[in-house]
Design a protein around this ligand. Structure first.
Ligand code: GDR
Length: 344
């Protein structure tokens, strides 16, 4: 019988790649869908047609219990979150509720439907749980590169909420013998990345500038350094983590550092333009407390999961620019570019 998976945050970049990956592995896949007539539902349905949906919300404990009852999943992937870090200074309480307490609600729902009430519960046969932890938990880094044992020093309400989700997952594993793991994923991008994140903001702007539809690109801190990988590679690590005999937490990244300035240069180079003619600095985009540099040490995942990234940063930026150029050119042919740009 095929395995069943439930994904929260299925309409996001990672949700879409993970759903495709699990369907290709023969899983039946459900996405938890929030709200009535959610416009993102039709978009993900067009992208991943074999996906099923179940109603539920990480803010609503009872809805999670009914969703689990309905789907009877073998695996739950909790990718649902407010994922744009600056949003967490504007609405810190909401971000804490969804990214932090939301994890607790899902763990409690799993505990309730699985009847895990004592520390003597057996692990076999229970629902396996994946928590989307983040390199933002490392924040002001205590060592470079960062590994599973590196101390957390989050620099945003987002990072603090993710640290709560991380520790509560570990706590349920230790308290109730639940099979719960956290993937500490470093930045991961793709042509499906939201337009607010820096790589996609750059690739979209480069495409528009190349086509003569825009001239300037405003950015914040060009010196920030990240370890950027391809989202399609990273969802495979999520799945592998839940296939191990024993649950554990893993750092996932490439181990290669680049600055935002590098990202800009590579993207403009890809279309034969000089970034210095187009990029302007907007101080309002600089964050109140910045994470200056991140770099993953994924040796544990590479050894235990036999996982490795396959796409280099240069290829990733070029892939994103190419995809946005195609989309922008196509849209221009139909005279709908402005409307499409708004919806990006
Ligand atoms: P991040 O991703 O916050 O690292 O979190 P983002 O792409 O937003 O920022 C990366 C770095 O670029 C700098 N930067 C800018 N960022 C944005 N968005 N817009 C700008 O104009 C700009 N200029 C400079 C930022 O200051 C930052 O240093 C991502 C998210 O996916 C999280 O959900 C996830 O947990 C982590 O990656 C791992």
């Amino acid at each position: 019988m095929s395995k069943r998976a439930l994904i929260t945050g299925v309409t996001g970049q990672d949700g879409s790649y993970l759903a495709e990956h699990l369907l290709a592995q023969g899983y039946q896949v459900w996405g938890l869908m929030r709200g009535q007539a959610n416009p993102r539902k039709s978009r993900i349905s067009r992208l991943v047609s074999e996906l099923s949906f179940v109603d539920g919300d990480l803010m609503d404990q009872a809805s999670l219990v009914s969703a689990l009852d309905h789907v009877q999943p073998d695996e739950v992937y909790n990718l649902g979150a407010i994922s744009f870090v600056p949003m967490s200074w504007q609405q810190p309480e909401l971000v804490t509720e969804i990214n932090g307490a939301g994890v607790l609600r899902m763990l409690e729902a799993i505990r309730m439907v699985s009847g895990l009430n004592t520390s003597r519960s057996t692990r076999s046969g229970g629902i396996r749980f994946y928590q989307a932890s983040s390199s933002e938990m490392f924040g002001k880094v205590a060592e470079t590169p960062q590994r599973e044992s590196t101390q957390f020093h989050p620099r945003s309400p987002y990072g603090v909420a993710k640290a709560y989700g991380h520790f509560i997952t570990r706590n349920y594993r230790e308290s109730f013998n639940m099979y719960g793991v956290s993937g500490i994923l470093f930045n991961h991008e793709s042509p499906r990345r939201g337009a607010e994140f820096v790589t996609r903001k750059i690739s979209l702007a480069v495409a528009q500038i190349k086509l003569g539809l825009q001239d300037k690109l405003a950015l914040g801190n060009l010196d920030a350094v990240r370890d950027w990988g391809f989202a399609g590679d990273y969802v495979k690590a999520m799945h592998l983590m839940l296939q191990q005999d024993e649950p554990g937490d893993y750092v996932i990244g490439t181990g290669v550092m680049h600055s935002v300035r590098d990202a800009v240069r590579i993207a403009f180079d890809a279309v034969g333009l000089d970034w210095e003619d187009h990029v302007v600095i907007d101080p309002s985009l600089v964050r109140p407390a910045e994470v200056e540099t991140l770099c993953a040490d994924s040796s544990m995942a590479r050894a235990a999961l036999d996982w490795a990234p396959t796409v280099k940063f240069e290829e990733l930026m070029q892939m994103m620019v190419e995809s946005d150029l195609q989309q922008a050119s196509r849209t221009r042919d139909y005279g709908e570019l402005l409307a499409a740009a708004d919806s990006w």
